[in-house]
Ligand binder design. Structure first.
Ligand code: NDP
Length: 234
């Protein structure tokens, strides 16, 4: 059955792979994008997850065009790295606002539609860094581990309405986001990765699709690493 799927930050990187994989399954997929046009072949709503009003307008537009959102993938995320003594407070706040509060805003906006439909799937794209900690990424790691508390609390609040809430925790995935990860840091992380390689956006998409599928109906509040074994198990 074709579902309405909303993916924040679905215009490139991991979000785009997730969007394309749901679309290949025949779902009605909508991605958020902040500028330009949505990627070819996908529907888009223009919004910024740090702006409640724009997100609210975006969700309303999706619901009017396609009906209630049945699957939300809260994927939009940024980094603003720096060792904490030098990190500007604005950079800490901006990362929390985008990655964590943005995910909360999106989940809260789609929840009423899911409650009405008596079904729903919410998947947060977190990161292994939220569980390992990461030098130079206090803001990012805090935002990503915060998503676990967010997901598990929502899992409690929404479970009786047949809505599951889970996380994927990717390791190093080849996208624009890790272009600036230095050779030394990259080698260090790969040394801690049993599979000794980076992952692909499609490998994250496969895990997200699983958590959103009927096969995962009895899984909620889980954090699924997609990391080649880096930071396995939480
Ligand atoms: P990219 O930088 O390639 O893409 C980030 C996406 O988030 C873009 O679509 C971007 O939109 C969107 N975005 C950022 N800020 C906002 C905002 N305020 N409102 C709406 N959209 C926004 O990164 P990835 O694809 O690698 O990352 C996707 C997710 O996966 C992130 O949450 C990231 O933290 C997580 N992740 C990535 C890992 C990796 O190794 N790559 C590892 C672990 C987790 P725009 O094009 O407008 O900038």
């Amino acid at each position: 059955m074709s579902r309405t799927v909303l993916i924040t930050g679905g215009n490139r990187g991991i979000g785009l792979s997730i969007a394309r994989s749901f679309a290949e399954d025949g779902d009605k997929v909508v991605v958020t994008h902040r500028s330009g046009e949505p990627p070819e072949g996908l529907a888009g709503v223009r919004c910024d997850v740090t702006d409640s009003e724009s997100l609210q307008r975006g969700v309303r537009e999706v619901e009017e065009r396609f009906g209630p959102v049945e699957v939300l993938v809260a994927n939009a995320g940024i980094t603003r790295d720096g060792l904490s003594p030098m990190m500007r407070e604005e950079d800490f706040v901006e990362v929390i606002d985008t990655n964590l509060v943005g995910a909360f805003r999106a989940a809260r906006l789609v929840a009423p539609g899911m409650i009405g439909a008596k079904r729903g799937r919410i998947v947060f794209v977190s990161s292994v860094m939220g569980f390992m900690g990461s030098p130079g990424q206090t803001n990012y790691a805090a935002s990503k581990s915060g998503m676990l508390g967010l997901a598990r609390s929502l899992a409690w609040e929404l479970g009786k309405r047949n809505i599951t809430v889970n996380l994927v925790t990717p390791g190093l995935i080849e996208t624009d986001m890790i272009k600036e990860v230095s050779g030394k840091r990259r080698t260090g992380l790969l040394d801690q990765t049993p599979l000794r390689r980076t992952g692909t956006p499609d490998e994250v998409a496969d895990a997200v699709r699983f958590l959103a599928s009927d096969a995962a109906a009895y899984i909620t509040g889980a954090a699924l690493p997609v990391s080649g074994g880096l930071a396995m198990g939480h």
